[in-house]
Ligand binder design. Structure first.
Ligand SMILES: Nc1ncnc2c1ncn2[C@@H]1O[C@H](COP(=O)(O)OP(=O)(O)OP(=O)(O)O)[C@@H](O)[C@H]1O
Ligand SMILES: [Mg+2]
Length: 305
């Protein structure tokens, strides 16, 4: 099977800046991959390389087996840039029609993508009357027209409200169901839960993680937080038994490895009525992302017990 994107040991140096350093990343047909990283991590640079706008300093990229920027590769890829701008005087329908013509797509496609992104009612209004969310949906419409094999979406959900984000992810899931591949960039893991097949994290130009979300959570092996609220007359006894930091007078908080969780919980449960309540919290996706981005790694909570 030919990978839609095959980036092998790609480095990109600008004057004095290592934007990408030895990055290898593949995207298979029908796969949805999220590319994460802080500002300046190299996400847009990777997109520009895939599009053939710039050439790598080292390594190679193939798009469905073709050289980026070649006619065959360009027919494969659609792009929604980070900052989407359309001529204000055009209507939404005119914008999508323009892109359909550029791509040689059937004009009937225009109506169906406008329906998909829910812009039919506003389609004959000028783009300068659109809200930010509507402009972003129009950007997605121009990317969807012509049914590309690969959608490259650079921070497509930034500025969208939660409902629009959800709708947006439904649309790209639809693309993947029909065999299209999606590579999208984003700043956070939390909005991606169960929405992509794989997550790749760039940190200062290096690929520091690449795998399904569940694998990354496992790999990060971040501590689990357990909060125990002791009965009013047993606070000191409970604290002596389980340790941890004291919070709010009657509660204590401790952190443990995933593998120790059940053992600790059984010790807590053995304290019977001396314990009033227990709350167990797995690491959040934001914590997993921070771990891989190495932000706050130094202040990771100490494991207890
Ligand atoms: N044409 C260029 N000339 C010099 N440096 C560049 C150029 N393009 C990108 N860079 C640098 O390469 C690094 C990666 O930039 P890039 O735009 O790929 O980051 P990004 O992950 O998309 O960030 P953001 O989340 O802010 O969009 C940055 O340090 C940026 O300043
Ligand atoms: Mg960018």
């Amino acid at each position: 099977m030919t990978e839609i994107v095959k980036a092998s040991n790609v480095s990109m140096k600008f004057k004095g800046v290592d934007a990408l350093n030895n990055v290898s990343l593949d995207v298979a047909p029908g796969e949805q991959v999220a590319l994460l990283g802080h500002n300046g991590a190299g996400k847009t640079t990777l997109f520009r390389l895939i599009l053939g706008f710039i050439q790598p300093t080292a390594g190679s990229i193939l798009i469905a087996g073709f050289t980026p920027g070649s006619d065959a590769a360009r027919r494969t890829v659609s792009y929604l840039p980070e900052q989407v701008a359309f001529p204000k005087m055009l209507t939404g329908r005119e914008v999508v029609r323009f892109y359909a013509k550029l791509k040689g797509a059937a004009l009937e496609d225009v109506q169906s993508v406008l329906e998909k992104v829910e812009l039919v009612e506003a389609a004959d209004r000028r783009v300068d009357t659109y809200s930010k969310g509507m402009r972003q949906r129009l950007g997605l419409a121009q990317a969807l027209v012509g049914k590309p094999d690969l959608l490259l979406l650079d921070e497509p959900t930034s500025g969208l409200d939660p409902l629009s984000r959800q709708h947006f992810y439904e649309l790209i899931a639809d693309v993947a169901r029909q065999g299209g591949s999606v590579l999208l960039s984003s700043h956070g893991l939390s909005e991606l839960e169960a929405k992509t097949d794989r997550v790749a994290i760039l940190r200062k130009g290096q690929l520091v993680a690449n795998g399904p979300l569940a694998d990354l959570q496992h790999e990060a092996n971040l501590p689990i937080r357990i909060r125990v609220k002791a009965a009013a007359n047993a606070v000191d006894k409970v604290h002596a038994e389980i340790g941890g930091g004291r919070i709010n007078g009657a509660s204590m908080e401790l952190f443990c490895d995933r593998g120790d969780k059940m053992h600790i919980l059984s010790r807590i449960s053995a304290l019977g009525t001396q314990v009033e309540d227990v709350d167990v919290a797995a690491p959040t996706l934001d914590e997993v992302y921070r771990y891989f981005s190495r932000i706050g790694a130094e202040e990771a909570p100490q494991r207890a017990l």
